[in-house]
Ligand binder design. Structure first.
Ligand SMILES: [Zn+2]
Length: 246
C-alpha cells in the first residue's frame, strides 16, 4: 500500500489469472479502477469497511469492466467513469469523459489522458498531485499492450504522453506481465545490464508471490523497450517480435 497524502491510499487486488483491480481509498470511501470481477472486490472492500463511491474504466475489455454490474448491485449509487466515446461498449457509465477532462475523486483532482493503441478509446487517469497513473493495458511494466484496434503510431504517441509524466509517477498497470516482458526484452538486448538487473529483481519478487506493480515512469524510461522506441516503425517491429514470442 502506498500513502498519497495523509489519508489517501492506493492498493491492488489480484484477480483472475493476472489482472489487478486497484483500490483508491480515503477515510471510509473508495474508488476502484478496472474491476474485472465483483466478488473479490466486494469482499475486500467490506473487510476494510469501505463504501464504494466510484468505478473508473480505462477501456471496454471484459477483464476491465466485468465486475461493474455486481459492484453496482452492492453499491447502486457509485459513479461509473469511462470514455464518452465508448459509451456503446461501456454502457453502465454515468459520467463519460474525454482526454483533457479533469474530474474530482475522493477530494482529489484526476486528469484524464487519451492513450489509444490497445483500443481506439483507451483512457488513462492521473490521480492528484501525488502522481499515480492508472493506464490499463496501454503501458505495462517492461512492455505495452497489444495493438488490437490502434496503430503503432498511436501507441508510440500514447507512450510518449505517459513518459512525459514526472519520473516518480507510480504506474498501476492492469496485468502482471512484468517477468514475461522483461525476459523478452533481455532476449532482444542481452548486453543491457539495466534490463538484466530489473529482470532478476522481478524474478525474486515473483518467486515470493509478490506483485511487481507499481512501477515508475523513471524505471520504464530506463528499461522498457517500447517506451524507448525512437519511432513508430521501431515500436511496430518490437510489438511484432513480442506478439510472436512464447
Ligand atoms: Zn485490454
Amino acid at each position: 500500500m502506498t500513502a498519497l497524502s495523509q489519508d489517501l491510499r492506493v492498493s491492488l487486488i489480484p484477480v483472475l489469472q493476472d489482472n489487478y483491480v486497484f483500490v483508491i481509498e480515503r477515510g471510509e470511501q473508495a474508488a476502484v479502477v478496472d474491476p474485472a470481477v465483483a466478488d473479490p472486490v466486494i469482499r475486500e472492500l467490506e473487510r476494510r469497511g469501505l463504501e464504494l463511491v466510484a468505478i473508473l474504466h480505462t477501456h471496454h475489455h471484459s477483464d476491465h469492466i466485468g465486475g461493474t454490474p455486481g459492484l453496482l448491485q452492492r453499491w447502486p449509487k457509485a459513479r461509473v467513469i469511462a470514455s464518452a466515446a465508448d459509451r456503446s461498449r461501456i454502457p453502465l457509465q454515468t459520467e463519460g469523459v474525454r482526454g483533457g477532462d479533469q474530474i474530482n475523486l475522493l477530494g482529489q483532482n484526476v486528469q484524464v489522458l487519451e492513450v489509444p493503441g490497445h483500443t481506439r478509446c483507451h483512457l488513462a487517469y492521473v490521480l492528484g498531485e501525488s502522481g499515480h497513473l492508472f493506464c490499463g493495458d496501454t503501458l505495462f511494466a517492461g512492455g505495452c499492450g497489444r495493438l488490437f484496434e490502434g496503430s503503432a503510431e498511436q501507441m508510440h504517441q500514447s507512450l510518449k504522453t505517459l513518459a512525459a509524466l514526472p519520473g516518480h509517477t507510480q504506474i498501476w498497470c492492469a496485468h502482471e506481465y512484468t517477468e514475461s516482458n522483461l525476459r523478452w526484452a533481455a532476449a532482444q538486448q542481452p548486453d543491457n545490464t539495466a534490463i538484466r538487473e530489473r529482470l532478476e529483481a522481478v524474478r525474486q519478487r515473483r518467486s515470493r508471490g509478490e506483485a511487481t506493480i507499481p512501477s515508475t515512469i523513471e524505471l520504464e524510461k530506463a528499461t522498457n523497450l517500447f517506451v524507448r522506441a525512437g519511432s513508430a516503425e521501431e515500436l511496430a517491429l518490437l510489438r511484432q517480435s513480442k506478439d510472436q514470442w512464447q
